[in-house]
Design a binder for this molecule. Structure first.
Ligand code: NI
Length: 443
């Protein structure tokens, strides 16, 4: 074959030899490569020399070709370093070495805002010399009344405290309640704005008591009042009187009675209603605690004489005595004299009014409760004759009346009447009560 080629003369021998050598080198090289050895390392520091074509097999068994893959640099608390095999790492950790350099560094702070990063081994010494290992220990958040907050280093705190900042957020905030019952801590500077929106620091200001005609009473948030009204609940009367809404005065004569008057007062208190009691001195002297309770409930106490005489038949001197003896008892009980009078039997004349020296209050609705002694009758009479500005006459010494009041009060409130005292009624209807005059209603 060689010769054949040579004969052709197209491939000189020199060139053939070069080609053959190249092929040979190539063959030798590949066979040498197959025979090449390589060093591999294990996690525990062993090494092994293997044939190149076994590398993958060893890698799968956990050996590494790069020595750095089986070692790790570890750090001591004093900053020293050591390179160990992976297999040794747990032992070193157990001896207090760390895998990450950041683990042996600690940033320390001073109260005036300096910071320094030191090795763990130095920390103790720094802590003993006024450094702190948490920025939380050297800073404090302060609050201003208008809601600003600032976080300062401790060295700056006194100056800020002197300038009206506070360390305790409780000192610059207050809990407020919304009409819908939600609550929130509000900065003092914001309480006025919240107040305009109907919020209050007193939860009672955003609540209303409501009652049902069957006697149930509940406390609801203002925002819910209308919804409750739509399902048959009524607002308990508040002390504020709305002059645009109807109002009338319930009046009770001849008491107080230790038996029946408390029942009337209980009802008034329950519904937040008020009334006027024209008391007798003879009945009051042993029931001063009832006078006190009337006064506490916002009721008015009027003078109905001491012994319930027909004043027209008395001398001026005796008329005055009937009133002054009663005034003294009332004043001793509640601290002030009555300012209004109701003459027994509605019997009076100019001379009696002059002796009384106070406005005389009569009535526009006479229930005749003393005569009928029937709760249902009294109730119907009051409800049928209730009018804006009316003064209704009853007697709190009768059990039937006390019983009637239990349903009269909620029914009148349900009908929209404000149950006020005689003097409140006069004032809101534009009357100025005068001595020597009598009044039967305020329309
Ligand atoms: Ni009377």
């Amino acid at each position: 074959m060689f010769f054949h080629i040579e004969n052709k003369g197209r491939y000189p021998m020199k060139r053939i030899i070069a080609v053959l050598m190249a092929v040979t080198i190539c063959f030798i090289t590949s066979s040498v490569h197959a025979q090449e050895k390589i060093l591999m390392y294990s996690d525990d520091g062993h090494s092994i020399t293997i044939a190149y074509n076994k590398v993958d097999e060893y890698k799968n068994a956990g050996w590494h070709t790069d020595k750095s893959e089986v070692t790790r640099v570890m750090y001591a608390a004093d900053g020293s370093e050591i390179t160990v095999y992976l297999a040794e790492v747990p032992d070193y950790i157990a001896d207090g070495w760390f895998e990450n350099k950041t683990d042996i560094l600690k940033t320390l702070y001073t109260t005036d805002g300096q910071s320094i990063t030191v090795f763990l081994s130095e920390v103790r010494n720094y802590l003993d010399n006024g450094w702190y290992d948490s920025i939380d220990y050297v800073t404090r958040t302060l609050y201003s009344p208008d809601g600003e907050t600032v976080t300062l280093f401790l060295s700056q705190v006194p100056e800020y405290l002197d300038n009206g900042w506070h360390e305790d957020i409780g000192e610059v905030t207050t809990l407020m309640y919304a009409p819908d019952g939600s609550e929130r801590y509000v900065f003092l500077a914001d309480t006025k704005a919240y107040g305009i929106m109907g919020w209050s620091t007193d939860i009672r200001d955003v609540q209303r008591e409501m009652f049902a005609l069957d006697g149930r009473k509940i406390t609801v948030f203002k925002a819910d009042v209308e919804a409750y009204k739509n399902v048959g609940w009524y607002e308990v009367q508040t002390s504020e009187i709305d002059p645009s809404k109807p109002m009338l005065a319930l009046t009770f004569d001849d008491g107080p009675s230790s038996v029946t008057t408390p029942v009337v007062l209980d009802t008034l208190e329950y519904y937040g209603a008020r009334a006027t009691f024209f008391v007798l001195g003879s009945m009051s002297k042993n029931n001063t605690s009832l006078l006190k309770r009337m006064s506490q409930l916002g009721c008015t106490i009027g003078n109905h004489t001491y012994g319930h005489p027909d004043l027209k038949k008395l001398s001026d001197k005796n008329i005055k005595s009937q009133f002054t003896r009663t005034d003294d008892i009332i004043k001793n009980a509640v601290g002030f004299e009555p300012t209004i009078i109701r003459p027994p039997y509605g019997s009076y004349n100019q001379r009696v009014m002059q002796a009384g020296e106070k406005p005389f209050i009569l009535w526009s609705v006479d229930t005749l409760d003393w005569k009928y002694r029937d709760a249902e009758y009294v109730k119907n009479h009051v409800l049928n004759n209730a009018r804006d500005g009316a003064i209704i006459l009853m007697h709190d010494i009768h059990a039937s009346t006390a019983e009637a009041v239990k349903s009269i009060v909620p029914e009148l409130l349900a009908r929209g009447y404000q149950l006020v005292t005689v003097d409140e009624l006069a004032m809101h209807k534009g009357y100025t009560l005068e001595s020597g005059k009598s009044y039967a209603s305020f329309r």
